[in-house]
Design a protein around this ligand. Sequence first.
Ligand SMILES: Nc1ncnc2c1ncn2[C@@H]1O[C@H](COP(=O)(O)OP(=O)(O)OP(=O)(O)O)[C@@H](O)[C@H]1O
Length: 301
Amino acid sequence: MDTVLSIKNLSKHYGKIKALDGLSLDIKRGSVFGILGPNGSGKTTTLGMVLDVINPTSGLFEWFGQKSSSATRKRIGAILEHPIFYPYLTGVENLMIVCDIKGVPYSRVDEVLEQVSLGERKDSKFKTYSLGMKQRLSIASALLCDPEVMILDEPTNGLDPQGIAEIRELIIEIANSGKTIIIASHLLDEVQKVCTHFCVLQRGRLIHNGLVEDVGKGSLSVEVKADAENLEQVLESAQMHKQLKRELDKYILTMEDNYGAADVNKYLFDNGITAKHLVVKTKTLEKQFLEILKGQEGGQS
Ligand SMILES: Nc1ncnc2c1ncn2[C@@H]1O[C@H](COP(=O)(O)OP(=O)(O)OP(=O)(O)O)[C@@H](O)[C@H]1O
């Protein structure tokens, strides 16, 4: 996988405020990269700098192995905030204006509107679009140049659950078409569902960078309920867990690597106990995110 964006020691200071402080990061082609962080952690500043909208205080970044230029910029489609569309013009007419600005043939308009499922409403005025449709038109606009990389800042902000699900599906479709996608988000569930990689920023510093598929690795837990007085003793003797704790009417085992719910079930059965509830819990990105932030705070104090 080659590197699409390479960031080296990038910083942006506003007086005493370190909006970004020495960020180094590589984003590989074909990945869907989530930039996570609490409010004010530097996500938008990072995107602004790599899109040449904000001047860095120090540091470097390269797109496609080259210094950023108008040529590299043409290979990137970005939605930083809601672009301004004309309310009294239709979806098609609005995108034709973008075509004029970007030097793209009008033939692309219908293609991208179909891609974002706005084909049926393409001749409706922009002001009649729902928030989700407006966001899809923004994505269509960014797709006009058929960019290799799409940058989305909080793409589902303000949308209802259906709108969120539609944008999420669209992002996955765009990723499947081979584009690299960079998303800044504070919706951890969204990042877990669509991203392959994620990093976490806190107060302008990178505090985590890894694969989404690694989230929760080695932290499988199993919830058990059974009508047996010796349940705790039997679970304790199973020796396949790192930790056993009781929570109301159930026991929760944090499993050793290579052990799972089937092993717990078999062990209970071999000891004459039938489980009436056996549920596997994997760690969510949300939980891991909070742990990463907490760990960092602990390390700083
Ligand atoms: N133009 C500016 N002048 C002064 N401070 C700024 C400016 N732009 C951003 N900051 C500060 O830099 C820090 C990082 O802001 P940034 O908008 O990048 O964070 P963010 O992670 O995108 O936050 P959010 O999730 O709230 O959008 C914040 O403390 C912010 O107040």
